[in-house]
Design a protein around this ligand. Structure first.
Ligand code: CO8
Length: 257
């Protein structure tokens, strides 16, 4: 599939995805969801991919769902449009490798929801975050009401969701919404450096630590610990990556995964 909105580059196991519809501030339309679904389906079983970075071209990361496409929708069509986005972002979140959002500018509405579906977020000093749906008489439709409070707590989430206030990168850092703030010109390189760092680690260990940690968020503590123990054990044994990593440490040499 030839992409019109996504610009995709894969180098040394790291995928860089740049949303390139800057004339509409990368607003999310049906074509975006089709392309993202296709990309996720294509790379999810690619064992050479170890990490992914998502960023936006121009002054926005993503300024939200495409309002021009949504305005005439019926109630049933609105629900369907929301479910489509929920499904895409869920499959993005479930990718076996870590995904980093590199937020270069506006991350509003569906754009913030896209960033919330990534594993963690870096922001440029120019980034602006908000859930402005209530300005439009709407609520978030791509699971923002569910992911935001789980990430930054109920009160921070309801502050953003009910006021539609836009916050800057430092405030986002304080809330735990982003993990790092950089100068604009360093943003993508810093995210790529982190992606390459992840790509250098034990590949199965990275996959399992993401899966075990994420699934534990929706499980009881005891069930999460049981899942951890099983996955921990699966990395041991003859020929395993855990054995190689531990032997390499003891033999004072780099591991060969
Ligand atoms: N949808 C469609 N077009 C957009 C959007 C958008 N979300 N945001 C910006 N654009 C377009 C503008 O219409 C404009 O187009 P044109 O040049 O043809 O007039 C172009 O992008 C540039 O935008 P501006 O001229 O407005 O740029 P400014 O720098 O003046 O302002 C802002 C930047 C503040 C980001 C402003 O564009 C803005 O407020 N945008 C809308 C932000 C917003 O409300 N986002 C939330 C949308 S709702 C949503 O995301 C819900 C998600 C769940 C949906 C569930 C489905 C049912």
């Amino acid at each position: 599939m030839e992409y019109q909105i996504l610009n995709v580059a894969i180098n040394d196991g790291v995928v860089l995805v740049t949303l390139s519809r800057p004339q509409a501030l990368n607003a999310l339309n049906t074509l975006f969801f089709q392309e993202m679904d296709h990309l996720v389906a294509t790379i999810k079983n690619n064992l050479t991919v170890r990490a992914m970075v998502i960023t936006g071209e121009g002054k926005a990361f993503v300024a939200g769902a495409d309002i021009a496409e949504m305005v005439h929708k019926s109630s049933a069509e609105g629900s369907a449009f929301g479910r489509m986005g929920q499904n895409t972002f869920r499959s993005l979140e479930l990718l076996p490798f870590p995904v980093i959002a590199a937020i270069n500018g506006f991350a509003l509405g569906g754009g913030l929801e896209l960033a919330l579906s990534c594993d963690f977020r870096f922001a440029s000093t120019k980034a602006k975050f908000g859930q402005p749906e209530v300005n439009l008489g709407l609520i978030p439709g791509y699971a923002g009401t569910q992911r935001l409070p789980r990430l930054i707590g109920l009160a921070n989430a309801l502050f953003l969701l009910t006021t539609a206030e836009m916050i800057g990168a430092d405030e986002a850092l304080r809330m735990g919404l982003v993990q790092k703030v950089t100068e604009p010109e360093n943003l993508v390189e810093e995210a790529m450096r982190t992606a390459r760092l992840i790509a250098s680690k034990g590949p199965l260990a990275v996959q399992k630590v993401k899966a075990v940690t994420r699934s534990g968020m929706n499980a009881s503590f005891a069930a999460g610990c049981e899942n951890e123990a099983e996955n921990f054990g699966s990395l041991f044994g003859s020929g395993s990556q855990g054995e190689e990593g531990m032997k390499a440490f003891l033999e004072k040499r780099p591991p060969v995964w």
